[in-house]
Write a protein that binds this ligand. Sequence first.
Ligand SMILES: [Zn+2]
Length: 144
Amino acid sequence: MKNQSVSFEPPERLHLTKKQQRQIVDHCQAEAPLEACGLLSGRDERVKTVHKMTNVDESEEHYMMEPKEQFEVFKSLRDTDDVVLSIYHSHPETEAYPSPEDKRLAFYPTTVYLIVSLADEKPVFRGFIIDEEDNVTEVPIITT
Ligand SMILES: [Zn+2]
């Protein structure tokens, strides 16, 4: 099936290059103290592209990706073998763990929710699968 833009199976890990991590951290730091958000596309657990999204909530505690930008990403993936592997957002002041709000609004049980905490000097990346019952399973982030 070619037109699927989200992976079917929850990935067991997510590979990110140092450069991609840098891109994500730069984005999160530029938006702080507001939360930043975006999408990561690629395939086979390997991220190829970082897509920065506008947080239309303009909030320090939650995020909502701009729907039109989100749609453009899904559209751009339509004729490729790539899918959205992950949704990332920042926690400018708190730890890299899903908030109750994050769990409530996690609608994609096969997507890695990547959270970047800027609470400490060194940014912390952690990935999670959040299922329909709001169970949280950590997915290792591998730096490649
Ligand atoms: Zn959050």
